[in-house]
Design a protein around this ligand. Structure first.
Ligand code: SF4
Length: 421
């Protein structure tokens, strides 16, 4: 079973070795499904590299672009130029926000807030709620946001079991100790691991965001805007995807790679991510070396020194690369991770490069009746303050109303928490 150390070793390989390994995984995936495959094409750098690498062997594998309406116009134009087939989600972004909530902070935090805010009467636990596992999410999310989720025992037991097995995993330290260590050193390492994992669940910092804002927050946007239309395409055409994601992009992606490797043959979400162990620098280097076109919104690929000075890289010289334009081209209005950005943020850049889209994003918004308002819900559920506003903030015809959302976040976490002006 792959683990984090193995991933780091793969990420440290020279680019040429990575290309060969990716080609091998692509061939395995293609053969396993008798060529019933497609490329999930986002129009970004990673999926552009993926498209070229797959097409070197299998030029007929179709590109499928999910046109959420949230991409830069230049990215949509590029996807068209690459010959991608366009599919659409059933809901617009503003409908998704109104129904589920704004995608802010990150997937794990927004998911916890979404579930923790539910008001589930104690005597109705079961029925529809339990069937979906909602009660479990709701209880865990409340514990995570109050900082009381304690999985030490559960994780320590799992760590001991994993350490005894032949498998590698995040419990490798315990396993190493088990080889030559005393029982005490093994125990202290499993407890150490359990504590570290417990801290991953601690979302106490976001309790105020959950309690004190009057707009919905949710993780569901990607599922509605991207996963669902691609799932429909897959079922209809009986195909499985190549996806150009990198494990280095997020902890969730890294964990997914540790669980399944590049080719996930099992489960409901079969997919091949043959570039998983590439880094962003590999992607830039490969694009630069091969001279492939990328969406114009990225600008050019240039070398950059430690003082930020940009220059034309010499052929064959290893150097740090960057794009002169946007460094990410995902959904233009997505606020996931925007509080972590250094330097010019995506929204500050959007204001300069695409003022019309910026106006739509920040402007508008309105208060409407909260369809989930429960007049009988108590203000407190034990220690927990129920989230039960009569009116909630949602997008309007004029715009998504993100300015108010960001201002509210900045009031809670400091004026530069989300920089957008
Ligand atoms: S990346 Fe952001 S905006 Fe785009 S579909 Fe996912 S959550 Fe929604």
């Amino acid at each position: 079973m792959p683990d984090k150390i193995y991933l780091r070793q793969m990420q440290a390989l020279p680019l040429i070795a990575k290309v060969h390994m990716s080609q091998q995984r692509i061939r395995e995936w293609y053969d396993h499904f008798d060529g019933n495959v497609y490329i999930s094409f986002s129009g970004g750098k990673d999926s552009t590299v993926l498209a070229h690498v797959v097409h070197e062997y299998y030029p007929d594998v179709p590109l499928v672009f999910c046109n959420t309406g949230l991409e830069y116009p230049e990215v949509q134009a590029f996807a068209k130029k690459m010959g991608a087939e366009f599919i659409r989600p059933r809901m617009s972004f503003s409908e998704v926000i109104s129904k589920y909530g704004y995608p802010i902070i990150g997937k794990e935090v927004s998911e916890a807030i979404h579930y923790a805010r539910l008001i589930i009467p104690k005597d109705s636990c079961g029925g529809g709620y339990n069937k979906e596992g909602v009660v479990l999410h709701y209880e865990r999310s409340r514990a995570e946001l109050s900082g009381t989720r304690d999985d030490t025992e559960r994780i320590a037991t799992r760590a001991r079991r994993m350490a005894k097995s032949k498998l590698d995993g995040p419990y490798a330290t315990a396993k190493i100790n088990m080889g030559g260590g005393t029982e005490n050193s093994v125990n202290s390492s499993v407890v150490g691991i359990a504590k570290a994992l417990k801290s991953m669940f601690n979302k106490r910092k976001w309790l105020e965001l959950c309690d004190e804002t009057d707009f919905r927050i949710s993780h569901k946007c990607c599922a509605v805007m991207k996963k669902s239309p691609l799932g429909i395409y897959q079922r209809k055409n009986k195909v499985v995807p190549f996806i150009g994601t990198l494990a280095s992009e997020s902890r969730l992606r890294e964990q997914a790679w540790i669980r399944h490797g590049c080719n996930a043959y099992e489960g409901n979400r079969k997919s091949s991510q043959p570039l998983s162990f590439w880094t962003e620098q590999d992607i830039l280097k490969y694009l630069y070396m091969e001279g492939w076109e990328i969406a114009s919104v990225y600008g050019n690929i240039v070398g950059v020194d430690k003082n930020g000075f940009e220059y034309e890289p010499l052929p064959g010289v290893d150097c740090q690369l960057k794009c002169t334009g946007c460094d990410r081209t995902g959904c233009v209005y997505c606020a996931f991770g925007c509080h972590l950005e250094k330097g010019e943020t995506r929204f500050q850049r959007l204001a300069k490069t695409h003022p019309k889209q910026y106006e739509y994003c920040m402007g508008g918004g309105q208060y409407v009746d909260n369809p989930d308002y429960d007049p009988f819900a108590p203000a407190m559920d034990g220690e927990w303050k129920n989230w039960n506003p009569k009116k909630i903030w949602v997008p309007s015809k004029e715009g998504l109303g993100m300015k108010k959302v960001f201002d509210d976040c900045n009031q809670l976490y400091g004026k530069d928490f989300i920089r957008y002006e």
